[in-house]
Design a binder for this molecule. Structure first.
Ligand SMILES: [Zn+2]
Length: 64
């Protein structure tokens, strides 16, 4: 085991964890994610805006 530990420590400087890149901005993210936290927030906000029409309703009324 000690041999492995030494090897891992040596490789730490260049070893990169399994990762993906954000589909939107290309930022390095966890392998289990699809978007970085920033873009994920934006996407979530967009989705919730579609569902919540309370505030934007008055503005949309003028448009339509
Ligand atoms: Zn992103």
């Amino acid at each position: 085991m000690s041999k492995f530990e030494r090897y891992q420590k040596k490789g730490e400087s260049y070893y990169v964890y399994p990762h993906k890149h954000c589909k939107t901005c290309g930022q390095m993210i966890e392998e289990s994610l699809t978007y970085c936290p920033d873009c994920y927030k934006k996407i979530k906000e967009k989705k919730s805006k579609k569902k919540k029409k309370d505030k934007s309703e008055s503005k949309k009324n003028k448009e339509s």
